[in-house]
Design a binder for this molecule. Structure first.
Ligand SMILES: Cc1cc2nc3c(=O)[nH]c(=O)nc-3n(C[C@H](O)[C@H](O)[C@H](O)COP(=O)(O)O)c2cc1C
Length: 450
């Protein structure tokens, strides 16, 4: 395909005579072009890189942005490896189009310091494939083979990752975003913060055009070798390696992710709400708190600990202990949803009290939750979620107040004008105890491993 043909539609289909097509607007209701894309061979509207000061895209109104398409592209830009079409060439103009879009991303100090390397030379790709294989590819292949047929949660991703490692040299183009400067490793916002968003825009722009890539960083273990292969100066930082190809088939799905409610904290780290929050927040919003720790222990050990209903008593300043209803020996109990236990508590203001709890979630090695007082209208909801991550288990300990009555309801009823303050205080007490529990658990389990 000629570089002067439309790269997003493979040329031929767009060979429609169009006098002075509007640059950067929709053409034929389908193709968006901007300066830099020649619609027909011979058109000389391309803005060269020297024209840096011109605004390369039209000014557009939010009203004309099609959120279905934008959200669709954003939610289905997947790590594409096995569905990279290794047989179909990728025109450089489509890469440049996507880089033009990516360059619109924010950049610290408004300084355009990103530089993009497009690797198409077969010798270079062969060498990059070797370096990728040495950095992680061989491990990916070994892991894929080991996990084959096991049903392990990483089996699919490893099959895909190993495939890329085995076929990297066949990918039509490998794009390496870089940025001027060396990251200082301070952990403060720095160089990465001016390039990652641009590199991701590049990935989404590819997706919108029917191409795909996978965000890969494993080769950065061999950053020096990549630099010497491609002549990248020491003063530059490489960010990722993006193998680019047309995708085999245009359809991709969104991935399972936490819902926004679970990972969005309002006005304080860890603060969650079932609804709202209202202004000011109130008990009816279902306020709660989340604490997380990555615990370096086996999922079996962590699961055993979190399903021991008395475990938190070892660390909490309020929770004293618990017993299963109808069982004297806790070891003999295999809980199911609906199993009941009685928890004992003590608090300097409230004294001592007991509350009956009911198991609400029981998914072995994954989720253990319970509600207090009333299954249908609980006073509070508590839950441990376990997620295996490399070498550790991420434990997410979460609680929400309400919607039913509990001790806090009476306190609020006595001073309704202080509802927000009462809630803040109560949640902060719960949070402190939850932190103690996870820190204590971490210490005891990690010590057991070491
Ligand atoms: C920081 C980072 C580094 C990654 N490095 C690699 C890599 O070296 N090789 C690879 O095949 N995938 C890599 N990935 C891709 C992830 O494995 C991918 O996002 C994951 O499989 C989930 O797929 P999805 O994005 O389609 O949901 C990386 C992703 C991120 C965010």
């Amino acid at each position: 395909m000629s570089a002067d043909l439309c790269s997003c539609c493979d040329g031929e289909k767009l060979m429609i005579p169009m006098p002075n097509p509007p640059i950067g607007r929709q053409i034929n209701g389908q193709h968006r072009h901007r300066i830099g894309v020649s619609i027909r061979p011979g058109r000389a509207t391309r803005l060269r890189s020297a024209d840096m000061n011109a605004a390369p895209f039209d000014r557009i109104s939010a009203d004309s942005i099609d959120t279905v398409s934008v959200d669709g592209a954003l939610t289905t830009t997947r790590a594409v490896r096995q569905r990279l079409d290794l047989t179909r060439p990728v025109d450089q103009q489509i890469l440049l189009d996507c880089i033009d879009i990516a360059e619109q991303a924010p950049t610290g100090g408004n300084q355009g310091s990103r530089r993009w390397l497009v690797v198409r030379d077969q010798g270079h790709k062969d060498r990059l494939a070797e370096l990728y294989m040495a950095s992680a590819g061989a491990w990916m292949i070994e892991t894929r083979d080991r996990l084959a047929g096991s049903g392990h949660r990483s089996e699919k991703v490893m099959t895909s990752a190993a495939y890329l490692a085995e076929h990297l040299a066949e990918v039509p183009a490998i794009v390496i975003p870089t940025i001027i400067g060396r990251h200082d490793g301070s952990g403060r916002p720095g160089l990465f913060d001016s390039v990652i968003q641009a590199a991701w825009s590049f990935c989404v722009a590819l997706r919108a055009r029917g191409l795909g890539t996978a965000w890969t960083t494993a080769i950065l273990n061999n950053e020096d070798d990549v630099a010497s292969l491609l002549g990248i100066p020491d003063s530059m930082t490489q960010i990722a390696m993006l193998p680019v190809a047309w995708t085999v088939g245009p359809e991709f799905s969104s991935a399972p992710r936490y819902p926004a409610r679970a990972v969005t904290y309002f006005d304080g780290f860890g603060r969650i709400y079932d609804d709202g929050p209202s202004s000011p927040p109130c008990l009816a919003d279902g306020p709660g708190t989340v604490v997380e720790r990555d615990i370096r222990a086996s999922v079996d050990d962590v699961w055993r600990a979190v399903t021991d209903i008395s475990m938190p008593a070892a660390y909490s300043s309020e929770f004293v202990g618990a017993r299963w209803v109808g069982h004297d020996d806790p070891a003999a109990v295999t809980p199911t949803v609906g199993s009941a236990f009685v928890g004992a508590n003590t608090h300097e203001a409230r004294g001592e009290w007991e509350v009956t709890c009911f198991v609400s979630h029981y998914e072995p090695k994954r989720t253990f939750g319970w509600v207090t007082s009333d299954v249908d209208n609980p006073g509070a909801r508590w839950r441990f979620d376990l997620e295996p991550i490399a070498g550790s288990v991420r434990v997410r300990f979460m609680m929400n107040l309400g919607p039913g009555p509990s001790g806090i309801t009476e306190v609020i009823a006595s001073r309704p004008e202080l509802e927000q303050r009462i809630l803040d205080r109560r949640l902060s007490e719960h949070r402190s105890n939850m932190i103690r529990v996870l820190d204590g658990l971490n210490e005891s389990l990690v010590t057991a491993v070491d």
